[in-house]
Design a protein around this ligand. Structure first.
Ligand code: PGA
Ligand code: ZN
Length: 430
């Protein structure tokens, strides 16, 4: 049986040019694997802690040398000689060593990158594709290709423009497989680009690769996408559904919501009314973080009013945390959860949250962060857990496209004998 021989941490760069952590695990049989931690910009207040050095003389305080030295010191010491196939034990050891509820001692960036490097080494060791090993860790035997949520217009904290809603996404739902979904989405992306050029609008992109033009309103973004779908020769609702991430915590102050495209200040109830109207005007299958992460009363109202028509996704709301999510389930808040590995900090806890969603009738959407790297583990995780959906940005920038390319490769390896969940209840909302 092979054992962990060495664990190393490195300070690398993410897609925004900020430092991030990479880990490398070496097994005594010579197998070596690496994994990166991603990084958010519109983070939830209750996420596990991303440890940054705070040394203003390096990377404006964003260096990760402390996290790296935690890997090269205590994490390495506790993991050497361990069995890489015992993922749960490895993650538990790191959680125990950290000893805080939010992983603030060792850093969730340090812990997660080691957790993922380990699972990759283990998959190589047992000569399985990563998604197969992840599926057995998750106890899942129904693998599927996820419906992508492609973020083609960026606003909010991800773009230097005046749009309040953070993400305007498309979900291809009428194709028989993932490969055709990628083609459909990419064709819409390119027709949107042409449309922006013809209207004299910027084709510069935001953090997740979506266009980031200045627009007069949220409706203007949805109208442009609707036109782009049409120009590409597809039909909204039949072929393509729209999805939003409001990231409402970013524009909530003192219990009210202030959107800059409108002079009006919204109460939670008024914002719910606004979202309801948007859903009547456009075929919107999914709304993420429609209200602030602390506004659970507002969320209850949103769920009562829209929960049977639309997927309502908690991202900042649930922060991939099984105990916060359990509370949400018992209060019937939302009907879906966004899954971000670094919000909780280990693979094992992430899988626990996904399984909790699936056993509670909530959809689980596997997600990237706005700060990403070439790491494509989330693609394998989406297939392995049969989550049915993945959110991984636009159809340009290698940090985003790498995830789609990995999924294309998986579908090919499976000889297209793996279901694509395009017409599932998840993709069409509820
Ligand atoms: P973040 O944004 O990675 O900047 O938190 C992504 C999201 O809100 O879904
Ligand atoms: Zn979000």
């Amino acid at each position: 049986m092979s054992r962990i021989l060495d664990v190393k941490g490195f300070e690398m760069l993410d897609s925004r040019g900020n430092p991030t952590v990479m880990s490398e695990i070496t097994l005594d049989c010579g197998i070596r694997s690496i994994a990166f931690a991603p990084s958010g910009a519109s983070t939830g207040a209750r996420e596990a802690v991303e440890l940054r050095d705070g040394d203003a003389l390096r990377y404006s305080g964003k260096g990760v040398l402390k996290a790296v030295s935690n890997i090269n010191g205590p994490i390495k010491d506790i993991l050497i000689g361990r069995d890489p196939l015992a993922q749960g034990e490895i993650d538990d050891l790191m959680v125990g060593l950290d000893g805080t509820p939010d992983k603030s001692d060792l850093g969730a960036n340090a812990i997660l990158s080691v957790s993922l490097a380990n699972v990759k080494a283990a998959a190589v060791l047992i000569k399985q594709p990563l998604y197969m090993h992840l599926a057995s860790l998750a106890g899942n035997s129904s693998l599927s290709m996820p419906v992508p949520m492609m973020n083609i217009i960026n606003g909010g904290a991800h773009a230097n423009n005046n749009i309040d809603i953070q993400e305007f996404m498309i979900q291809p739902v009428s194709t028989p497989n993932f490969r055709e979904a990628i083609r459909m989405g990419t064709e819409v992306f390119h027709s949107l680009r042409n449309l922006l050029i013809s209207e004299g609008l910027s084709t510069g992109v935001g953090d997740e690769g979506g266009f980031a033009p200045d627009l007069s309103s949220n409706d203007a973004a949805l109208d442009l996408i609707s036109q782009a779908v049409d120009l590409a020769g597809y039909k909204l609702e039949t072929d393509i559904m729209l999805a939003l991430d409001c990231a409402a915590s970013e524009f909530c102050r003192d219990g009210v919501y202030r959107m800059s495209d409108d002079t009006q200040v919204y109460t939670a109830e008024q914002l719910v009314g606004y979202l309801e109207k948007l859903c009547v005007k456009y075929p919107i299958s999914s709304i993420e973080d429609g209200l602030d992460e602390m506004d659970w009363e507002g969320w209850k109202l949103l769920t009562d009013r829209l929960g049977d028509k639309c997927q309502l996704v908690g991202d900042d709301l649930f922060v991939t945390n099984p105990s916060i999510f359990s509370e949400g389930i018992s209060q019937r808040i939302g009907n879906a959860i966004l899954i971000k590995l670094n919000q909780i900090g280990t693979l094992t806890e992430t899988i626990e949250t996904i399984n909790l969603a699936q056993s509670s009738g909530y959809a689980a959407i596997i997600s990237h962060r706005s700060g990403e790297t070439e790491d494509t583990t989330i693609s394998d995780l989406a297939v392995a857990t049969g989550s049915g959906q993945i959110k991984t940005g636009s159809l340009c920038r290698s940090d985003r496209v790498a995830k789609y390319n990995r999924l294309l490769k998986i579908e090919n390896e499976m000889k297209f004998e793996i279901p694509y969940r395009g017409t599932s209840e998840f993709a069409r909302g509820r």
